[in-house]
Write a protein that binds this ligand. Structure first.
Ligand code: EPZ
Length: 478
């Protein structure tokens, strides 16, 4: 079996062998008020294994609703966002089993068109189910999604795209914060044309799933570009959805052009795939090596999915090498790269631009480099809240709207341990990285944000030699 995203069609339901013991995906026993306590500065060394991609897993789990029979996803990360998605699918009537890092979903039993709002409010990815449900049942009711509070995050492109596929969509923002949609012809979706104002990952995913089951041909333009059959050079998560749907019997074409042509099919069949390694986790650990001036390696990793970060870290002075097809090593050891890493500027943008999900982690790193650096966030309109937490750790950062000037260690930033709060997933990760570089003890509160997207990050850092522990502070008796 090729390493990632290799598929084979299961015309008939897949029955797991009795030997595979079914271990339910369990909460990473994150008590509500658990904290991470990190003693720094840390020196890391060794190798860690990267988990499967959160965002690909969420989209592919939604795509299993398009398929009859069983779909088997390998390398699914055990994180709370995936548990929320599994609950959404189970609530709808799908049979979801997880064992040995795999998830098997059979959606033949789905008999509801209203999605569980409580679980929906926990994650953004849950909203992707609107596409398959509307296509399959001709109607759907879904609450507006939750997820990281990093900006307005509207769903207008999802809804307008579904209207272009012949549905009547009503967003009852005030009444119940839900979207009510039904097929105008009372049966199902029909092929159509839609141009996305912005290459939204989520809207592309929703509309690909919906159009794959619509009657007729759909043309989607200005999507988060995909590449089919060739080397994936475009938005990795969207490449995975296209591959999965095609292997489930869909017909999606439009390699690398930014325009997708989708021939709708009345039936798709469950298939099997291996979730790609999480490129944001890869990036986070690459930055961990840089910020602690250490040398670590990691696998599996797909170098082309972090090419922008590799360029930036190399520009700063890190030595990055590919040890084999799927193993990366990052060294920022002073003996090799000299004492200082140089600051650099970033501006986030859709893939292959600099990923917005690595912006907070890079900001933490830049406080330990020399010179001042400009960080511009162009994807989300409120993704700078981690800056004030980094300031509590002694970082000197000047924020104005979605830009920030980060002053380096020779310009007033000097990281020292302090209590801080994780306000979202990637912002929380940036605090862990800063804590690893800071003198003294850093306490990170609200780590449930971090555990939405990182599988056992504390254990992996301990393997690399970090002094990080999870603890549940005793309630203060007042
Ligand atoms: C996905 O979010 C990821 N989440 C995000 O990762 C990631 O940051 C983002 O893509 C960009 O790469 C999941 O896959 C679950 P978008 P999504 O639709 O789908 C605007 C993480 O940390 N927009 O590409 O929400 C939107 O406001 C998370 O893992 C509309 O205007 O991203 C934003 O400015 C955080 N209307 C921009 O597009 C719409 O209908 C990008 O959003 C949809 C989006």
């Amino acid at each position: 079996m090729a390493l990632f995203c290799n598929f084979s069609i299961f015309p008939k339901p897949f029955v797991p062998s009795c030997s595979s013991q079914k271990t339910q995906f369990s909460n990473q026993n994150t008590k509500q008020d658990s904290i991470f306590r990190i003693k720094g500065p840390a020196a890391l060394s060794g190798h860690i294994t990267i988990s499967g991609s959160k965002n690909s897993s969420l989209a592919l789990l939604a795509a299993t609703l398009c398929c009859s029979g069983s779909s088997l996803l390998h390398n699914v990360p055990n994180i709370s966002d995936i548990q929320a998605m599994a609950s959404i699918l189970s609530f709808l009537g799908a049979k979801v089993e997880s064992f040995d890092g795999k998830m098997m979903v059979n959606s033949d039993g789905v008999d509801k068109v209203e999605v569980d709002s409580e679980e929906m409010k926990k994650i953004r990815g849950g909203f992707f189910v609107i596409g398959p449900l509307l296509a399959r049942f001709g109607e759907v009711v879904v609450a507006l999604p939750g997820g990281c509070d990093i900006g307005k995050r509207p769903v207008d492109l999802h809804l307008r795209g579904l209207r272009a596929l012949g549905s009547v969509v009503e967003l009852r923002q005030v009444q119940d914060g839900k979207v009510w949609a039904h097929a105008a012809n009372g049966k199902g979706l029909v092929g159509g044309r839609f141009r996305l104002d912005y290459p939204s990952v989520g809207a592309t995913a929703t509309l690909m799933m919906a159009a794959s089951m619509a009657d007729g041909i759909t043309v989607l333009s200005n999507v988060a570009k995909v590449m089919i059959g060739g080397i994936p050079t475009d938005e990795p998560e969207v490449v995975d959805i296209a591959h999965f749907l095609n292997h489930s019997g869909a017909l999606i074409e439009g390699a690398g052009t930014g325009t997708l042509v989708i021939w709708g099919k009345s039936q798709l069949y469950g298939s099997e795939c291996v979730i790609r390694p999480d490129r944001i986790e890869v990036g986070t650990f690459m930055i961990a090596a840089a910020i602690t001036r250490s040398c670590i390696s990691m696998s599996p990793a797909i170098p082309s999915s972090v090419s922008c970060l590799i360029d930036k870290l190399s520009e700063a002075g890190c030595k990055i090498s590919q040890l084999d097809q799927h193993t990366l090593r990052v060294s920022a050891v002073p003996a090799y790269v000299g004492d200082d890493l140089r600051g650099f500027g970033i501006k986030t943008s859709p893939f292959p631009g600099f990923p917005t999900d690595l912006q907070p982690q890079i900001m933490a790193l830049l406080t330990t480099c020399t010179g001042s650096s400009l960080v511009e966030e162009s994807v989300f309109d409120n993704r700078m809240t981690h800056a004030r937490e980094l300031q509590k750790l002694g970082a000197r950062i000047q924020v104005s709207k979605s830009s920030a000037i980060v002053f380096g260690k020779d310009e007033g930033s000097s990281l020292c341990g302090s209590p801080v709060i994780a306000r979202d997933l990637r912002g929380g990760a940036s605090l862990i990285l800063a804590g690893l570089a800071a003198k003294g003890t850093t306490e990170i509160h609200k780590i449930e944000h971090i555990e939405r997207g990182y599988e056992k990050i504390d254990t992996k850092l301990q393997i690399l030699g970090a002094d990080i522990e999870r603890s549940t502070p005793l309630p203060v008796l007042v």
